[in-house]
Write a protein that binds this ligand. Structure first.
Ligand SMILES: [Zn+2]
Length: 460
């Protein structure tokens, strides 16, 4: 392995300029609803990858955000799976400074996308830049797969890849980012949860009624909340029979990995979210086990009637809710949809329509003893100087199965976001020293990845 002194000095020297670069990228409001901004963000990252020296191709499809592929180096191929789209920044009034006017405060850069995923994406680009500048040719091929529909929609990624099968031809993949826990330990996650997202709709009357007749005509919002209330028990935990159909039982080896995760890893979230206890009174190992092995059932939003300025005394004719369900191996999105449908029918809510909202994909887990995971552990421990916490799966989701399942690619996380980064929420941020650490880890990881003998690993 090369020595990294010059590499690390380069990272330190370049961090201020790189921060400016991240600021520029985060100024682009690349939310799913903003087609112009999505195109701008795709163009921005394509240009940045070209400046790195990568061969870049931008793929377009009708009604799809462009897919940007940038490739540099030769040898074993590492897919860096990233995205340039961001979650909506609304509600804007909850941001301390505007979401798309990035600001540095207390060593953190605040902006929508600062960590998810523009910061983590650029850290990978910066690592390749630093490697080329201080060590030489990259020891492996890095193929940046930068999509624009990770946070919403997402139906186009599969067709994009089916049309360009070479993109999936790789030896391993990096999940979009990685974590550093509140104690400064790297948190390596070997996979991601899957996702089923559903829309519920109920219509009760022909059109919104004058609310003077509210005692006579059925209110769609009331109907919806009554239906929704049946989906959870009094502790707030899912109460849908069959929601867990297909869930693979934890193996003793998996439970052993889980037992090594410090309780604080999950219990710290109490402080982060300002709560006294988790749902069902779970704590420590029980909370961690739920976070790892249980599917979720979440209302991501619900709407009905009038909530604008002034009053509007109507009895709503229609009510809607969006659910998202995070999936674990080997659940299938369709099974979950059927379980919800059956549950509502059994309780007399046949009038509540269930439809697929946007993206649907299974979980993707790599065994923690895979060489790609071990490489991520070694480099993150080397950079941060603390033992890694290894998790079977991150609690979040990414379409890794869409990318990796064909060739059974092993995956790992690697990066520098933390539990205070507020991904998807107001005041999203990335710690700049963690971003620099992510660059240093990634530079070292390229050598570790290149050194993995062919044909090793990837047996799920
Ligand atoms: Zn993301």
């Amino acid at each position: 392995m090369p020595r990294y002194e010059a590499f690390d000095r380069y990272v330190e020297a370049r961090l201020a300029a790189w921060t400016d670069e991240l600021v520029a990228f985060c100024r682009i409001p690349s939310e799913a609803s903003n087609r112009t901004a999505l195109a701008d963000a795709a163009g921005w990252i394509a240009e940045r990858l070209r400046r790195l020296g990568a061969r870049v191709e931008v793929f377009e499809r009708d009604d799809a955000a462009p897919l940007v592929i940038g490739e540099i180096g030769s040898g074993r191929t590492l897919l860096a799976v990233q995205h340039y789209d961001v979650q909506p920044a609304a509600p804007h009034e909850l941001w301390t400074t505007p979401a798309y006017d990035p600001q540095v405060r207390g060593g953190r850069l605040f902006a929508r996308g600062a960590n998810d995923n523009k910061g983590e994406l650029l850290a990978r680009v910066w690592a390749a830049e630093a490697y080329l500048a201080t060590i030489g040719e990259l020891p492996c091929r890095v193929r940046f797969l930068v999509e624009g529909e990770e946070e919403g929609g997402g139906a186009n990624l599969g067709p994009f890849l089916d049309a360009q099968p070479w993109i999936r031809e790789a030896d391993g993949a990096l999940i979009e980012g990685g974590d550093i826990d509140l104690a400064g330990r790297p948190r390596i996650t070997c996979g991601v949860r899957g996702m089923a997202s559903l829309k519920l709709t109920v219509r009760t009357i022909a059109y919104d009624a004058h609310s003077s007749v509210a005692n006579l005509v059925p209110n769609a919002a009331v109907r919806m909340v009554k239906a929704l209330a049946t989906l959870w028990d009094d502790a707030g935990l899912p109460a849908v029979a069959g929601l867990d159909e297909g869930v693979r039982l934890p193996t003793p080896a998996q439970l052993a990995v889980l037992a090594e995760v410090p309780d604080t890893d999950v219990d710290d979230l109490l402080g982060v979210y300002g709560i006294e206890q988790f749902l069902g009174g779970r704590q420590g190992p029980a909370a961690l086990r739920a976070l790892t092995f249980d599917p979720t059932l979440n209302i991501q939003g619900l709407w009905s009637g009038y909530t604008g300025p002034g009053g509007n005394t109507i009895t709503p004719a229609e009510a809607n809710a969006r659910l998202d369900i995070r999936l674990v191996p080997d659940q299938q999105p369709e099974t979950v949809e059927r379980a919800i449908r059956r549950h509502l029918d059994d309780r007399g809510f046949g009038d509540v329509e269930v439809s697929v909202f946007d993206y649907q994909y299974p979980a993707w887990w790599t065994p923690p003893d895979d060489p790609i995971v071990k490489a991520a552990i070694r480099v993150s421990e080397a950079v941060l100087g603390k033992p890694a916490v290894v998790e079977l799966s991150g609690p979040g989701t990414a379409p890794m199965s869409v990318i990796c399942a064909d060739r059974d690619l092993p995956t790992t996380s690697l990066g520098g976001t933390d539990d205070e980064g507020r991904a998807h929420a107001p005041d999203e941020s990335i710690r700049l020293d963690h971003a620099a650490a992510a660059v240093r880890m990634t530079g070292r990881f390229l050598d570790e990845f290149a050194a993995i003998p062919p044909g090793i690993g990837a047996a799920r």
